[in-house]
Design a protein around this ligand. Structure first.
Ligand code: SAH
Ligand code: SF4
Ligand code: F3S
Length: 432
């Protein structure tokens, strides 16, 4: 191998797990003479780390490849594609995009060193993961670190591609996670977010049966001033032990991301979700009764096959009834391999779907403003993350963005801010 440094650019299109993978890929490649670069035009190797959750995200990956295909006519460039679309499409990508050199799946990251120097075009897709190896991780944010604890999903919701692109649930062993957390703190990070498609399933596949709550308590014991977050939770898997742990903790933030997907029991059943509206409501109530100032956020899908107007309205009323603080939203998108994609005769009309999404987004906006208004007049702890246009910017423990003025403040500080104003997406205030 030559010693000249080469530049690698990764375009990351997916969820936090996907972003965390990119940090690992940068890290692995750094052991093989590649340095990250921020500009694709300067790169010797461009990789698109893809997401397949909706058709829109898949299409974004292909248009990126198109741009790089043109770039490759002007200069020497290696092009790679990885992530969930790569896992799903495999070899087909080499045929469809003749300028692509490298395709690797979600379970092939630790094989990269062998793949990267191949002189021929390669496609490496594994069903089962290779054991992770000890490489650097080049984290892209400076205060908030992602820490995957479990990958994969066993739930097979009828609309979702993730079980096919990430495989079955696999937990990392507690000691590996704790060691990674220690390193994160040593590097000066102030916030650790534990990641998994279903974080509450953590440990079920391990012999010792560790739990998310136990893991959180162990991380809490590590020395230093820092926050801990975790995402994403499946409604029926949140235990009383977890709620109790968050309640009693000083470091774990008061935030639960618990996607509900629909407010209609019939649609929830068709989605193969294992709870109904009533159970979801009871969970939300229990969390709110136990944890002060807790934020509960969700995901909803508009226009799932066969969803009637009335059923859609039940989603809107659920957001009101449970006073959800925020939600991600999406129009239903048929995905390869998933059962719901086959119910073509039940598809909701495209325009109707778009209309429902717009109505849903309007509802989320209202709820977000209502939630933010609750904090006007309160004093909240903020982690300072940025300074822009003469104001500091940071987030509260319950994940609200705050813009504020203050003296003797620097990025990375924890400060108390008196909130004097709220808008739909953020809070405003003055440092105390
Ligand atoms: N594991 C999490 C969600 C992971 S995917 C959970 O169970 O809730 C993130 C979100 O994408 C989902 O919550 C869902 O709202 C949305 N999503 C997944 N598949 C989708 C599809 N085919 N069409 C539209 N939205 C989808
Ligand atoms: Fe997808 Fe359902 Fe698994 Fe979430 S729980 S990743 S929505 S299959
Ligand atoms: Fe997308 Fe894969 Fe994450 S499909 S949401 S990048 S797990």
């Amino acid at each position: 191998m030559s010693n000249t440094l080469k530049k690698v650019y990764i375009e990351t299109l997916g969820c936090q797990m996907n972003k965390s993978d990119s940090e690992r890929i940068y890290g692995i490649l750094s052991n093989f003479n590649y340095v990250p670069c921020a500009n694709e035009n300067e790169a010797d190797l461009c990789i698109v780390n893809t997401c397949s959750i909706r058709k829109l995200s898949e299409d974004k990956a292909y248009s990126k490849l198109g741009v790089w295909g043109k770039l490759k006519k002007e200069k020497s460039l290696k092009i790679g594609i990885c992530g969930c679309v790569a896992q799903q499409e495999g070899e087909k990508l080499l045929k469809r995009f003749p300028y692509v050199d490298l395709v690797f799946g979600t379970q092939n990251i630790y094989e990269l060193p062998e793949l990267i120097d191949k002189k021929t075009r390669v496609c490496a897709i594994r069903e089962k993961p290779v054991a992770e190896s000890d490489f650097n991780i080049i984290r892209t944010k400076s205060l908030n670190a992602w820490l995957p604890i479990i990958e994969g999903c066993n739930n097979f919701c009828s609309y979702c591609v993730v079980p096919y692109t990430r495989g079955r649930e696999r937990s990392r062993i507690p000691q590996v996670i704790i060691n990674e957390a220690k390193n994160i703190l040593k590097e000066g990070f102030k916030e650790i977010t534990l990641l998994g498609q279903n974080v509450d399933s953590y440990g079920k596949d391990l012999a010792e049966k560790p739990t998310l709550a136990g893991l959180l308590r162990e991380i809490e014991l590590l020395e230093g001033d820092f926050r801990i977050r975790f995402t994403t939770s499946y409604p029926t898997d949140i235990t009383d032990e977890l709620i109790e742990t968050v309640k009693n903790s000083k470091k774990i933030c008061e935030c639960f991301h618990i996607p509900m997907q629909s407010g209609s029991d019939r649609i929830l059943k068709a989605m193969n979700r294992r709870y109904d509206r009533k159970t979801y409501g009871e969970l939300v109530k229990k969390i709110r009764n136990n944890i002060k100032n807790v934020t509960i956020t969700s995901d909803f899908i508009a226009g799932f096959p066969s969803e009637t107007h009335q059923e859609f309205e039940m989603t809107l009323s659920a957001i009101d009834e449970f006073e959800l603080d925020y939600s991600n939203t999406a129009a239903y998108s048929p995905r390869p391999n998933t059962p719901a994609a086959k119910w073509i005769e039940k598809y909701v009309d495209e325009n109707e779907k778009k209309h429902r999404l717009a109505v849903l987004n309007e509802k989320v906006k209202q709820m977000s403003l209502k939630s933010n208004n609750k904090y006007v007049g309160c004093e909240l702890e903020v982690l300072v993350e940025n300074f822009k246009d003469g104001k500091f910017e940071g987030r509260t423990r319950n994940n609200k963005v705050v813009h504020f003025q203050g003296e003797n403040t620097k990025i990375g500080d924890f400060v108390n801010v008196a909130i004097d104003k709220a808008s739909t997406w953020c809070l405003f205030g003055v440092k105390k």
